[in-house]
Structures are given as C-alpha cells and as structure tokens.
Design a protein around this ligand. Structure first.
Ligand code: GLN
Length: 189
C-alpha cells in the first residue's frame, strides 16, 4: 500500500506539518483531512496544534471523529502535537471535553499558566541522541499515564511526550522548527 500521510486540516497549524513533511528527504504523499472520505487511503495521520474544543466539535460534526477513532484503534500510526495530543487523550483534567480517547493519558490544558503563554526549551526525547528544541504554545502536559504508555520526554518533572504503540503525543510543536527528526521517526512507526 503506498504511504499517504494525512494531516487533520480542520483548524490550526496543519500547513506547517505539510511543509515539514515536504522538507523530508523522501517526501511521502500527503493529504489534508477534513472528512471521513479524505481519511480513506491514508496510512498515517497527524493531528496538529490548534484549539482543541473547536476542532473536537468540528470533527464530530463532519463525522471525522468516529472514522478516525476506528482507524487509530485498528493500528494506524498517529501523532498529535499539542492540541492533537489533547484530542487523542483518554480525558482532559477538570473538563468534560470530547476527545478521541485512544491514548491512555490524562492531559491538563494550558498547563504552563496564563502568564507563560509560550516558550522554547530544549527537550530530551528518548531514542534521539540530541535534544529537540521544544516550542510550547499554551501547551498541555500529561498528568496521568496508563500502563501501556511510555514516557518519552519530561521537562521540570512534567511529562511532555509519550508513546503508546504507534500513537505518539507531544506537548510541543516540532513542525515549527527546522528539525525534522521527529517527522522522520514518525514515518518509521
Ligand atoms: N491551548 C490549546 C488547547 O487547549 C492547545 C494549543 C496548541 O495546540 N498550541 O486546545
């Protein structure tokens, strides 16, 4: 089956992910995904940064939520960055917010406080020799991790990247830097 990387393109920084994928040495076929039809034929999916309440509502309205949940549960490699990770999570702390519920973690939205809207920090990632530059924009953290979830990164004792099988979640935005190592790695999952 030819590799087709879908990027959920309802709202948010999906174009940055498409650009990052286009930069790769062997660029895969990429596709913007808004509907269940767009998802057909995709072999991997990325959920970008954005506003999780809005995107969650629109994904449900377009029928994309349920279609995507089925595909992820069937094993499709999936990566959520920031908002994307929130949408993958089992639950959002202190809220009854719709999520796909495929990644066994609890997330806390806007976890770095109202004053610190965004910042950059070096982030070590398990499996990478050198840290990545993490761009955090009103970023979530992971406050509970299920038994099948591996913690890949922590900063100041806060979990900011995890992996559960072929599902990857990062609080930060590798698509906003020039470092393509995580995109390369995602394509090997
Ligand atoms: N704060 C956003 C949310 O909770 C996520 C921010 C982002 O994706 N950069 O939905």
């Amino acid at each position: 089956m030819p590799e087709v990387v879908g990027v959920v393109a309802v709202q948010g920084d999906f174009e940055k992910h498409l650009k990052a994928l286009a930069d790769l040495e062997s660029t895969p076929t990429c596709r913007e995904v808004r509907t269940p039809e767009d998802l057909e034929g995709c072999t991997r999916i990325i959920l970008p940064g954005g506003e999780s309440t809005t995107v969650g509502l629109l994904m449900q309205r377009y029928g994309l939520g349920e279609a995507l949940r089925q595909r992820i549960l069937a094993g499709m490699p999936t990566w959520g960055t920031c908002m994307g990770m929130i949408l993958l999570a089992r639950a959002v702390e202190g809220r009854t917010q719709w999520t796909l519920g495929v990644l066994d973690v609890v997330v806390r939205r806007n976890a770095f406080g109202a004053q610190v809207h965004s910042f950059e920090s070096e982030v070590p990632v398990k499996g990478l020799d050198e840290p990545v530059m993490g761009v955090f924009i009103r970023a979530p953290i992971i406050t509970e991790v299920g038994p099948g979830v591996e913690v890949l990164s922590e900063i100041d004792g806060k979990v900011v990247a995890v992996r559960q099988g072929a599902i990857l979640g990062t609080s930060f935005h590798p698509e906003l830097t020039d470092d393509r190592r995580l995109h390369e790695w995602f394509l090997t999952l």
